[in-house]
Design a protein around this ligand. Sequence first.
Ligand SMILES: Nc1nc2c(c(=O)[nH]1)N[C@H]1C(S)=C(S)[C@@H](COP(=O)(O)OP(=O)(O)OC[C@H]3O[C@@H](n4cnc5c(N)ncnc54)[C@H](O)[C@@H]3O)O[C@H]1N2
Ligand code: MOO
Ligand SMILES: [Mg+2]
Length: 421
Amino acid sequence: MFERRQPIPIGEAVKKIMEYQIPGKMEYVLIEESYGRFLAEDLIATCDVPHFDRAPYDGFAVRSIDTTNASQSNPIEFEVIDHIGAGMVSNKVVKDNQAVRIMTGAMMPEGTDAVVMLEVAKTYEKNGTPYMSIKRSFKKGENVSFRGEDATKGEILVKKGTLINPGIQAMLAAFGYKKVPVAQKPIVGLFATGTELLEVEEPLLPGKIRNSNSHMIAAQIERAGASVQYFGKLPDEFDTCFEAVKDVIGKVDLLVTTGGVSVGDFDYLPEIYKKLNAEVLFNKVAMRPGSVTTVAHYNGKLLFGLSGNPSACYVGFELFVRPIIRKQLFTEKPHLRKEKAKLDVDFPKANPFTRLVRSTVTIDGGRLRVSPSGLDKSNIIMSLAGANSLMILPGGTRGIQAGSEVDVLLLEDQTGSEWPW
Ligand SMILES: Nc1nc2c(c(=O)[nH]1)N[C@H]1C(S)=C(S)[C@@H](COP(=O)(O)OP(=O)(O)OC[C@H]3O[C@@H](n4cnc5c(N)ncnc54)[C@H](O)[C@@H]3O)O[C@H]1N2
Ligand code: MOO
Ligand SMILES: [Mg+2]
């Protein structure tokens, strides 16, 4: 008897997956290798930045009190007693009407509390001794970059789970993190199933197609922040697939398969889950494409049976695999970022399931606009190239008109959402 599957809403399916507590793991990598990784600990200031008062301009370090009476009609003269650049430290103590010629980044000499920019000082020599004079007063602290103005020791600056960007690289260096605590990349095992599949380099044959999904998913796994362990393609043969799947489960953190998950005579994933005695969390989701996406739990591991249809596979990955990867990377917002956008075209046909349309979001006058990036069928590959988002069209009895506001999930954005539905 044919077993009819019971579709569950997307939000419920995501929830079932996210209930699995798969703890993230930490490792240390050299700062040179940390760009693009996720912080495994809060980034804390290990020192004040800067850790000394310094000059933000090229000029003269003075005691502001000596400048009080300076004016256009009353220039005040200073004897220049030392000359320092960044990295140099003056050992002179600056006294009444004395100054140190100082360059940007150099430490303020003892006794000084203001910097006169080169442009406003008149310089000259008297008997071989350098002097300078100014025609305006300077306040205490004027033109000084103070110790700790950028960061104070002990301050929490970046939260655990944040993607390391070039700015964070600068901070890590400034605080002396030669080794950076980052989230270990979860290892995602990957199989493509299908007797019809050819390798990329093989010539086309009748009834056969090139295996494009494994390359697509490998890239999605990397985009999500994990490592892919590709185990190759499998023919649609039960025993071969069962043994192969069983064999690798212990070697990976998550296992993704593509194809063979629907109700066809050669779709063996459902039977494989049964024979493994895996707990199937769901085998039908009320969405298009990707309705056949099946997720099972076995021996502490999640097994993701993504559809063989390329677009269905792609969408299934982004909705269900990405967040569990991001969770293991300590991200607080593991889901795709959800925003509102104005729809550019009509979708007159009703659909009972929520549709996730591969789309292109553009920014127009500061507002998001969205249109499909190509044909909206689950067996389509080409619409994926221009997809920077998934437009969410709620299921129902009516279509949706151009000009309506719709939700979009942004595929390239790193901010994320806590919980989309
Ligand atoms: N009677 C029913 N038939 C189908 C149903 C259904 O509910 N009842 N669901 C349809 C839906 S929706 C989808 S989506 C597909 C899902 O099929 P499977 O996930 O079992 O995948 P396959 O049958 O193995 O392949 C489907 C399709 O995708 C191509 N494919 C597979 N692997 C790859 C790959 N690595 N690279 C590129 N293309 C691949 C494959 O050749 C097929 O054309 O089932 C519907 N049927
Ligand atoms: O799983 Mo299918 O993708 O709904 O067309
Ligand atoms: Mg099938």
